[in-house]
Structure formats: C-alpha cells, structure tokens
Design a protein around this ligand. Structure first.
Ligand SMILES: Cc1ncc(C[n+]2csc(CCOP(=O)(O)OP(=O)(O)O)c2C)c(N)n1
Ligand SMILES: [Mg+2]
Length: 327
C-alpha cells in the first residue's frame, strides 16, 4: 500500500477496524445471550493500534498479543470464522478450540499468540525476531501489550536484551489509561511517559494518537522500516478503554459509570476516519454492510462445527517423543 494513497489506505484501514469493532460487539451479544462462555476482554475503541500497525506488516512477520487480543489476531490475518469458532471452543477454531479468548494463536497468519500474563508476549516476539535474524531471515517481530506491562520486570528485561542483541522487534504499548482499575496516570504520569521512559534506554520511541488511524499507520510505517534494518523500536499508542476490563468487571466501583462510553464518543477512531474522508461515505457504508453480512454468515457456518471430544484431549499436549500416544 502506497504511503501517499490516503483514499486507498483509508478504505483498507476502515474495513479492518470495522471488522474488529463488529466482531467484538457480536461477541459481547453472544455472551449476554448465553451462547458463548469464558472470559472476554473487549478491544472496542482500540482498533487503530492493531490495524495501523498490522497493515504495514508482511504475512510472515510475527506478532504476539495479550488478554485483549482479538483485534490483533484479526488485523494480522486470522479469519472471522476461525476466531469465532475458537471462541465457541470448536475443533474448527484457529487453535482447534484449545486457545479460546485469551490464548488463541495461528502460526499460518504469523500470529504467535495471545498471552494472559501481563508483558508475557514481549519476549516471544523479541526472541522469535532475534532467532529469525540469526537464521538470515528478514522478518520482524511485533509485540502488543498494555500500559500495565511497564510495571513488570519482563518489560525491562525484554527491552534490555532486544537493545543489546539488536532484535528487530517493534514493541507496541496500547496505553488505554488503565491497568484493570489502576490509572496509568497515577502510576506513570501523562500519556507519552512510557515513550520517554523507553527512549531513556536508548531505544527509538514514538508516541501517537490512537484515535487517528492514518497517523498510527504513518508512524508504524516509518518504525517498521527502521526495525527491518535490524533494531528494536517502541511505539506508544494512546487509546482509551471503552468497556469494562472484562465482561463481569464492576468498573463503576473505580471510575465513572459512563466514562468509557464518553471516551469513545469523543475519540472513536472509526467515526474520526469517516469524518476525515467525507467523500468516501458511500464506500464506507458499503463496507459496513459487507462486514455485517460476513459476521452473521460466519457465525452460522462455524457454530455447527464439532466440539472437541474427550478422547482428543491429549492431542498437541505431549510430543510423540514423550511416549504418549493419542490413540
Ligand atoms: C503478571 C500478571 N499480573 C497480574 C495479572 C492480572 N491482570 C490481568 S489483566 C491486568 C491489567 C493489565 O493492564 P494493561 O497491561 O494496561 O492491559 P489492558 O487490560 O488495559 O489492556 C492484570 C493486572 C496478570 N494477568 N499477569
Ligand atoms: Mg491498560
């Protein structure tokens, strides 16, 4: 995609963001209707980070993610049907129904996987990128994580080694202002603090407004080009958490009841893009329609898939060398 082709970029970025938004809203409805079980951390409102970054990646680049990772998976190439089937726990899910909402992975899409341990995906991406470089491959790693990751030792350990060993990895901090109930502002300071913190370690670092996907795309384009030359870089994307931490989180106990909703109304990356490209409104409407049809079609298609059978439980758990057989 050409950097100068704003209309073309706008339509692609819009489509990817709408897919993520509509899939997340759909999952929310499925949970409320009792059709889906398990945990769910919504990425509504944070779409521009996943899309703006993944849009500049190659299919073989490797991405690691978090507990709030459906958007990263979809942006990196996991299909809507594959993701929904995974969340239904079905054998036709991208991870055979074994990963679910917080641990899905898909090597064929270059999606190393989600990781529910805060900061846990950072060494995956940095190590995989470094390993690939040792083998003479020019792929890069990208690690998405939240602002809360900077409270973990793993955050600093990974950045140190990535810098020391020149791991070609882009670290993407989605600063949504909260680590569950802890305000990032109280712990770290204003948005942009994570970026300054990392820059002090001698790593190239930028901060960008996550309500403006074209800006995220532009900064990511430049940083990914730099990372491909063999260095780590860091991108802080300022976003907001539009929903509760997870489905049953009583967020009204630690923030105003409507603060997520209000944030989204003022900072929605999808409506901002529409407003910025008014000439494309017909095309945007068409995309909305296509995405909605795609999601209902894929839900019907995958929901009738097979559930995992008990006698299949040990598949992929042990290697054949361990002596355990599946039959
Ligand atoms: C090492 C570790 N400590 C605590 C938790 C519990 N926990 C799950 S999500 C979360 C908040 C993470 O905040 P952030 O990294 O900002 O991501 P966000 O949820 O805002 O996307 C916490 C503390 C965990 N999963 N792993
Ligand atoms: Mg956060």
């Amino acid at each position: 995609m050409s950097e100068l082709d704003t209309a073309g970029n706008g339509l692609r970025l819009y489509r990817s963001m709408v897919i993520i938004r509509e899939v997340e809203l759909h999952i929310e409805r499925l949970h409320r209707a009792g059709r889906m079980a398990g945990s769910f951390h919504s990425s509504v409102g944070q779409e521009a980070a996943a899309v703006g970054v993944c849009e500049v990646l190659r299919p073989d680049d490797l991405v690691s993610s978090t507990h709030r990772g459906h958007g990263h998976a979809l942006a990196k190439g996991v299909t809507v049907g594959g993701l929904l089937a995974e969340l239904f726990g079905l054998a036709n899910g991208v991870s055979g129904g074994r990963g679910g909402s917080m641990h899905l992975h898909h090597p064929d899409s270059g999606f190393l996987g989600q990781n529910a341990i805060v900061a846990g995906g950072m060494p995956w991406a940095a190590g995989a990128a470094w390993g690939a470089r040792q083998q003479g491959r020019d792929i890069i790693g990208v690690s998405f994580f939240g602002d809360g990751a900077a409270s973990q030792g793993l955050f600093y350990e990974t950045l140190r080694l990535a810098k020391l060993w020149n791991s070609p990895c882009l670290f993407v901090c989605e600063n949504n202002g909260l680590a569950h109930s802890m305000p990032a502002e109280r712990l770290f300071g204003d948005p942009g603090t994570h970026c300054r913190l990392v820059a002090e370690h001698g790593i190239k670092a930028e901060v960008v407004d996550g309500s403006d996907v074209l800006s995220v795309y532009k900064v990511a384009h430049s940083l990914v080009g730099y990372v491909r030359t063999g260095y780590p870089a860091f991108l802080e994307v300022t976003v907001g958490r539009a929903r509760a931490h997870s489905l049953n989180d009583p967020e009204y106990e630690y923030r105003d009841r409507d603060s997520g909703k209000n944030w989204l109304e003022e900072n929605d990356p999808i409506s901002s893009l529409r407003k910025g490209l008014p000439d494309l409104s017909e095309e945007f409407d068409q995309i909305d329609l296509e995405v909605s049809t795609l999601i209902s079609h894929e839900t019907t298609r995958v929901e009738s898939g097979d559930i995992n059978q008990a006698n299949d439980a040990l598949r992929d758990v042990y290697t054949v060398d361990s002596g355990v057989r599946n039959d």
